[in-house]
Design a protein around this ligand. Structure first.
Ligand code: GLV
Length: 336
């Protein structure tokens, strides 16, 4: 061990971030596939007198973790979402919290579109059909689905990722609506530059009128269970739901029922509740005809994950140096 401050990393992140951290710090990486228990993190932070903690969205960072090492000055999460970090507890203790906004916006919007397209054009079913040797001839009604072009796209939560998802609709001549806590004229202007006339509507109207509903809200007390039984009932029976935000935004049982009764046509989920979704979960009986699930890979392009690793390292450095973080979750949450 050197005299350099110690940074504990709960699971390995792209090398570019670790290399940068190693230039200045003693870096201890827990090289395991599965997340650590909270007790494990607490005891490692205490043993190491760690000044920095690099964590993932699968780690719960609460008061017990924040109190584990008296020297802890920064938690840097390899994610934009911070619902797994007790921000109020960090703020009360003067512990900085870094995250990775911006860099994953376009990559996550790409995945929302991948799910939207695959649900509409039934590509996963198509692949299974071929792989299962069912493809005997060209079929006039084989695997038909709705058109994407000229359809109505409803965005719930017109933040960075919601706006990037909406922007992609320009290539498909779609009618774009959005809902959220308030109207966002600056986002409307941004989209207008791409020829998109994004209309602010209330959520019920959006649900009733959209062919595709894409969710882009952070997980908060107000958004947990936002897509519940009543919301799903408002959607058209031909509608497709896409979720790349957080699994808990959708009531899983209500979605299961809506898919079973045909209240909505299909769902494409990159996030689920629970997460991971076990293969024997009842929801998966709808796959792939009504449901396509990917394992929370919204930001998973090589370039984006490398940039996220660099951002995590930059936030850790700033936190240990007592400097303002380049990407502070506390500042973004209005707690700084
Ligand atoms: C992914 O979900 C993230 O929050 O970065």
């Amino acid at each position: 061990m050197t005299d350099n401050p110690t940074v504990y990393v709960t699971r390995t992140i792209p090398e570019v971030g670790l290399d940068r951290l190693r230039e200045r710090f003693e870096v201890v990486v827990r090289d395991e596939k599965l997340p650590p228990t909270k007790d494990h993190v607490v005891s490692r932070l205490a043993e190491l007198d760690a000044e920095g903690l690099v964590c993932l969205l699968s780690d719960e960072i609460d008061a017990a973790v924040l109190d584990a090492s008296p020297d802890l000055s920064v938690v840097s999460t390899f994610s934009v979402g911070c619902d797994h970090v007790d921000l109020a507890a960090a703020s009360a203790r003067g512990i900085a919290v870094g995250h990775t906004p911006g860099v994953l916006t376009e990559t996550t919007a790409d995945l929302a579109w991948a799910l939207l397209m695959t649900c509409a054009r039934r590509t996963v079913e198509g692949h299974a059909y071929v792989a299962d040797d069912e493809w005997e001839t060209w079929g006039p009604t084989l695997l038909t689905g709705p058109d994407v072009h000229d359809a109505t796209l409803g965005i719930i939560g017109l933040g960075n990722i919601g706006t990037a998802t909406a922007r992609r609709a320009a290539g498909f001549d779609m009618d774009v609506r959005y809902s959220g806590r308030s109207r966002k004229p600056e986002r409307e202007d941004e989209l207008a530059e791409f020829g998109i006339d994004a209309t602010y509507v209330d959520r019920d109207e959006l649900l009733a009128e959209s062919d595709f509903v894409s969710l882009h809200v952070p997980l908060t007390e107000a958004t947990a269970g936002l897509v519940d039984e009543a919301a799903l009932r408002r959607m058209s029976e031909d509608a497709i739901l896409v979720n790349t935000s957080r699994g808990e935004v959708v009531d899983t049982d209500a979605l299961d029922a809506a898919l079973a009764t045909g209240e909505i046509a299909r769902a494409g989920l990159d996030v689920t509740d629970p997460e991971p979704l076990p293969a024997d979960h009842p929801l998966l009986r709808h796959a792939p005809e009504r449901l396509v699930v990917t394992p929370h890979i919204g930001s998973a392009s090589t370039e984006t994950r490398n940039e996220m690793a660099e951002m995590v390292a930059a936030c850790t450095e700033a936190g240990i140096d007592g400097e303002p973080l380049p990407h502070s979750a506390l500042r973004d949450a209005g707690m700084e």
